[in-house]
Design a protein. Structure first.
Length: 207
């Protein structure tokens, strides 16, 4: 296979992304536990639990258990996906005549969760299944919003969240022109939807 037959782009710092997710899960879990203990201690000191009159404060510590539970779920998902990443032995995006393939760390959304739960270490999208390739911009803020991504809608899925692949553009933006050019070899122009401009190559910026 010649260099023109495929494009492979390595994902930088994939392991560090999992480390950040792991730390986030640990912080959420510990923070939730501390919050529960604080609330229970304070309400006990205030005599809330000695009152015969029911109140929200009496059950609040139990309600707050969803915080550490969510943190533990984050840790579980992160650990599971990291093990899949190592098992898949693939650290980049591959585009060739068969389709698009890559590790789950490049994805976001329900399809990523489904693949992880099915213990699939990589995703693969054959060209015959692609209904649309959409460049989506960042929406909202970095904290409250969605990052820029490629939405690859699958035929028959009505472009729903569950049937589309969302590939994070930030991990690949230095090569976005190459990615779009390579994909255009295999998809008709009417399948491309540009809701955002293509990121400029760093080499182009230097000219």
């Amino acid at each position: 296979m010649s260099d023109e037959d495929f494009l492979y782009i390595q994902v930088r710092n994939a392991q560090s992304k999992y480390l950040k997710l792991l730390i986030s899960g640990i912080v959420t879990t510990l923070g939730g536990i501390i919050f529960i203990i604080y609330a229970f201690t304070k309400f006990s000191h205030d005599g809330v639990y000695e009152s015969d009159q029911p109140s929200l404060k009496q059950i609040l510590p139990l309600v707050l258990f969803f915080i550490p539970a969510f943190g533990l779920q984050q840790i579980r998902n992160c650990w599971s996906e990291r093990n899949l990443y190592l098992r898949g032995a693939m650290d980049g995006l591959l585009i060739d005549e068969k389709g698009i393939k890559g590790p789950l760390v490049l994805l976001e959304g329900p399809t990523r969760d489904k693949l992880r739960d099915n213990h699939q270490p990589v995703f693969f999208i054959p060209w015959s299944k692609v209904e649309a390739f959409v460049l989506e911009p960042q929406r909202g803020t970095k904290v409250h919003g969605s990052p820029p991504y490629y939405k690859i809608a699958i035929e028959g899925g009505e472009q729903s969240l569950q049937s589309s692949y969302f590939i994070l553009r930030n991990d690949l933006k230095d090569r976005e022109q190459d990615i779009v050019s390579e994909i255009k070899k295999y998809l008709d122009d009417d399948k491309f939807i540009f809701n955002d401009a293509i990121y400029e190559d760093d080499k182009e910026k230097e000219k």
